[in-house]
Design a protein around this ligand. Sequence first.
Ligand code: UGA
Length: 425
Amino acid sequence: MNIAVIGTGYVGLTTAVAFAHLGHDVTGIDIDHGRVEALNRGRCPIVEEGLPQVLAAGLDQSRLSFTTEAEACAAASIIFLCLPTPASPSGHPDLSAIEVACANISRVAAEGAIVVCKSTVAVGTNKKIQQWLGRSDLRVASNPEFLREGTALSDFLQPDRVVIGTTDAQAAEVLRLLYRDISDDINIVGLTEAELIKYAANAFLATKLSYVNEIARICAATDADSAAVLSGVGSDHRISAQFLNPGPGWGGSCFPKDTLALHHLALDLGLDAPVIGAAIESNDVHTAYVADAIDRLVDRKASPIAVWGLTFKAGTDDTRDSPAVAIVEKLLAMGHRVTAFDPEAQTTPAGAIRASTTHHATTGADLLVVLTEWADFAKADLRRVARHMRRPQAFDTRAVLDPAAAREAGLALLKTPMDTALASC
Ligand code: UGA
């Protein structure tokens, strides 16, 4: 099939590259000239496992190209919308990029083309897309994306399920054919149902994590091993062991925005949604709790703190809404000195020193705090770390450091930051 993908961010680029990999002719369209130029030269602008190689293969086989020209979607039978929908100050997603794209599509799209929205959009947006397109021959479908940053390509090619929202039987059939080689679980639903499936799935996972972090805090305060408790909980297949790892809080470009949008939707509908509201609040409480726990351990005037990890999770360079960044900012605001190392992070919080290695960050520090679960942190030479710290002690919010290796190295390892609750009792 001839496919156009408008927007080459995480979702759009993965979609374009993956469909080219599956044998389709794909054009990626983006307003960012620099990005388009780099992509056409095979330079992958994001850190994503496997993506650079599949991008290069698609370009080599001439199945994939990138352009800034909206007219390029004239040749496509399927046009994917993969545009950003950032939260506006009111908490509602900003849909202006989608509205502009619809005007362009309406001008040039071939008769009968299917316009598929992959962006996470407010409920009712796909119906608006129909209106913004303003052409009765164009078919509209919603096809929410469930890929995770860091494992985007494999999530796309091996999805748990595919959701297609449309009331157009022909669009449903074409999209079913498009996905049949990668999924046996294709859910054809209405437009609103597809929009809500995406929000409900993300809000559920975020709620699960808020709950998990609360349990971890309770474990610390009762001197229980949270890993043992949560492993016992996760063995129940109705609960599942996935998304059961405590951390410094959940973040990224999706969970915070989507939980907020779903909560606002409920309020706009005149409904109470206390569970979703509490999940958001609980996450803020948790991040503040971790920062306070660290603060209680060091003398803020003199003690340098080493931080390992700034991205919102491992496997990505993304620091948007990263709890690690929020915690570092809180520590800086409290007056601490922070030296941070991250192998990929796009940004460093203003006021923090960016270290070039894990070792550089910890040398002379009074406390090491691990905020992102990069696998390399688990391989760090803890003897060397402990030897060069002023006080060899660590908080590992992600449980990546090996407790036995830390003990042997003389690095006092508090299993979770929540242990300070116990220590201060
Ligand atoms: C999330 C969803 O998992 C995807 O299914 C969805 O497609 C995507 O949002 C989206 O809406 O586009 P992503 O934001 O890439 O994907 O990140 P996740 O892997 O879900 O992690 C979210 C946050 O939860 C991170 O801060 C992560 O560290 C945290 N987390 C995750 C934990 O603290 N513990 C866990 O066990 C799992």
